[in-house]
Design a protein around this ligand. Structure first.
Ligand code: HAM
Length: 411
């Protein structure tokens, strides 16, 4: 037997129904905030992620599904959505058009991680990216969007917030941090590598020994330039005004290199160790890094699989018709009528002759509104017996009336 690859899964009902409910809720809210749908390819040039997510990140360094295609191109399956959206933004000359531009997207992402509960190798994200505003009101707005999505889905999550500074305050902070790290003995091998490639990433190390060694490490929020300090303060004020609770997490650095200033994560303590259900931040230099006209950007992505555990989709109302026969000779009529009826309503046709009781059970299992049945009596009369499973009303209709479907229209 061939199984799905490790860390990848098939999804069936009812999970798919909840998935669609989550996506349609996110989409409705994103559209209310003026975001438009964008779709980018799953396969991109590897260079795109090296230059955006960053070679020092675990995502690019260790986790990419990367291969050479038949044309000799170095390609990989997208590990996240932002880089592709930024590439498309530049490729379609949106960086040269009037700003702002706001997009949302959803779909599969691929990371070769060690699978565990809440951590997959193929997972799905819903994300938004907003271009053209450096004002903190846009950062506040995207956090408000996430909060509205969580409220609509009945999810409780807490917000962790940090500022990662900008090119004017980051270099001197990095120097401070490196000199602290140089004096610190006992860091893990990963941290020693991070110290050389992207020292700020050391703060994110999950190793408990490193965490204890880093308690007194300098923090970027204590080293921000005046502009970053003001921006961080005004973001906090906007969130307070919007009544969104948050906690400043000075160790929050995010696993992707493109951020500056705002960085945030929403976490839930109801789903186990992989508690981050959404993350995002500002990336004011990314468009420029990818050869576009300098344009500020800010966005987020949420992990749909992690949300599914927390969401209860509303019960689906009874709908459509379940159609069964009690005599096999009725199958010809039932089959023909169903072809006509399916142009206007959902019909589940059961070929196997069964008792009325069994068909009523079947209709209930299909969550059908109507159970339709043809037995010997109906065959003789050229009619169909019907029961409305919500109102319990029973009736008989001539077959032509039944398959015409007008009886389904109520005022
Ligand atoms: P990220 O934090 O890497 O950010 O991923 C966003 C969310 O995707 C996470 O909070 C988590 O819920 C989910 N996720 C990540 N990895 C996995 C996995 N292996 N299995 C299941 N779920 C996972 C980004 O991807 C950025 N592009 C977000 C962004 C958009 N920043 C600005 N704009």
């Amino acid at each position: 037997m061939i199984n799905a690859l490790k860390g990848m899964k098939d999804t069936l009902e009812p999970e798919n129904r909840i998935y669609n409910y989550v996506i349609s809720t996110c989409e409705r809210i994103a559209r209310n905030f003026g975001f438009e749908y964008i779709e980018t390819p799953i396969l991109e040039e590897t260079t795109l992620f090296k230059r955006s997510v960053g070679e020092s990140s675990d995502i690019v360094g260790k986790e990419m599904y990367r291969f050479t295609d038949k044309g000799g191109n170095d390609v990989c399956m997208r590990p996240e959505g932002t880089a592709g959206v930024v590439r498309a933004f530049i490729q379609h000359k949106m960086d040269r058009a009037a700003q702002p531009k706001r997009y949302f997207y959803h779909g599969p992402m691929y990371r070769y991680e060690r699978p565990q509960k809440g951590r997959l190798r193929q997972f799905h994200q819903f994300g938004i990216e907003s271009f053209g505003f450096s004002d903190m009101r846009e950062d506040a707005t995207i956090i408000i969007i996430l909060k509205e999505i969580f409220d609509a889905l009945g999810i409780e999550a807490s917000l962790k917030l940090n500022s990662l500074g900008c090119p004017s305050c980051m270099p001197s902070y990095r120097e401070n941090l490196v000199s602290f790290l140089d004096k610190t003995e006992g860091l893990c091998i990963d941290c020693l590598r991070r110290k050389e490639t992207n020292p700020i990433r050391v703060l994110d190390c999950k190793n408990p020994n490193c965490q204890s060694l880093l308690v007194n490490a300098p923090r970027i929020t204590d080293n921000l330039c005046l502009t970053c300090k003001d921006d961080f303060a005004s973001l906090q004020k906007l969130l307070n005004e919007a009544k969104i609770d948050f906690e400043i997490d000075k160790s929050l650095v995010r696993g992707l290199d493109y951020y500056s200033k705002t960085a945030f994560e929403f976490v839930s303590d109801a789903i186990g160790a992989q508690s981050a259900i959404a993350g995002g931040g500002r990336y004011d230099r990314l468009v420029e890094f990818l050869d576009g006209k300098p344009t500020p950007g800010v966005g987020f992505a949420m992990g749909i699989e992690r949300l599914l555990e927390l969401v209860k989709a509303p019960e689906e109302e009874r709908n459509g018709i379940y159609f069964g026969v009690m005599e096999s000779s009725a199958n010809t009529i039932a089959f023909k009528s169903t072809i006509k009826l399916r142009k206007i309503v959902k019909v589940a046709l059961e070929y196997e002759p069964k008792s009325l009781k069994a068909h009523l059970k079947g209709a209930d299992k299909h969550n059908a509104l109507w159970c339709a049945c043809i037995g010997q009596e109906e065959l003789n009369e050229n009619s169909v017996w019907l029961k409305n499973l919500a109102t319990k009303e029973e009736l008989k209709l001539p077959i032509e009336t039944f398959e015409g479907g007008t009886w389904l229209i109520t005022d």
